[in-house]
Design a protein around this ligand. Sequence first.
Ligand code: ATP
Ligand code: ZN
Length: 301
Amino acid sequence: MPPLSARLSENLLEQEPRLKIAVQKSGRLTENSLHLLETCGLTYSRGRDQLICYGENMPVDVLLVRDDDIPQLLAEGVCDLGIVGLNVFLEKSNPEDGVRKAVDMDFGRCRLSIAVPRGESWDGPVSLAGRRIATTYPRILSRWLDEQGVDASVVTLSGAVEIAPRLGRADVICDLVSTGSTLAANDLEETTIVLESQAALLAAPQAHSAWAQRMISRIEGVLRVRGSKYIMLHAPRAALDEIRDLLPGSEAPTLMPLEGLDDKVAVHAVCSETVFWETLERLKGAGATSILVLPVEKMLA
Ligand code: ATP
Ligand code: ZN
């Protein structure tokens, strides 16, 4: 029989409802999403069916599903958090479900754009009037057409949108683009952007548990820390204002006295933007010495 303390903690773990996070099973968002959760401290073992990753060190499990299903899994209360493209969130969520976007991520960037056969004339969205537009995003597209005051017919397809004009099923398309190479390969030209998208962390209305809050704030911390640097330098008191202005994207720096040096102080600052060599050279030009730039590993605001 295991000691009482172990049994108690086992029971406590069992009683605590486990947080469920939905992540795309296999696609463009999978690797970044799982890596982000690992950076938040989660270690997991993958179930034999490859559908659930069981958290080993936190009461958190990851469900691997199709991205299109994620908004509904949250709306139904099956999962608490989920990672999808903004495009999928806007297309598949109903406002009355109460699913909200908690955090913008810095991956999965793409745009939902209108593309027309190469060489076709384009005078802005009015050129779409009366035409057939193929898309897998009928809701986003219809809303955008309304905003533009354009009357066009939306042809909803489940995939292979880019070949619809050649097959005669539509005149133009509205599809996701990142590099534009798929469009080029299909003799299409991007004309206007309907939606700029990136991955987003979604939270279900019931995601109020301590672990949900903790995961959201850890994810925010990981995103904030990317690209952040910690700068340490010695600055002449007379040049403090100039040096403070040169520090990229930092809030209030910390000033500390230097033993035996009355005319200089140590300045420490977290900079949220890239620190270029040019910035360091300018800091040096302003009189800073002993300049050190360090990576930031974790941040909790
Ligand atoms: P699933 O099998 O999960 O339904 P899928 O084919 O719908 O997969 P992916 O092609 O893996 O999905 O794209 C997932 C998300 O990645 C998109 O919804 C979008 O937010 C983002 N994305 C980034 N770049 C692109 C791109 N060039 N084309 C399509 N999606 C992109
Ligand atoms: Zn999908």
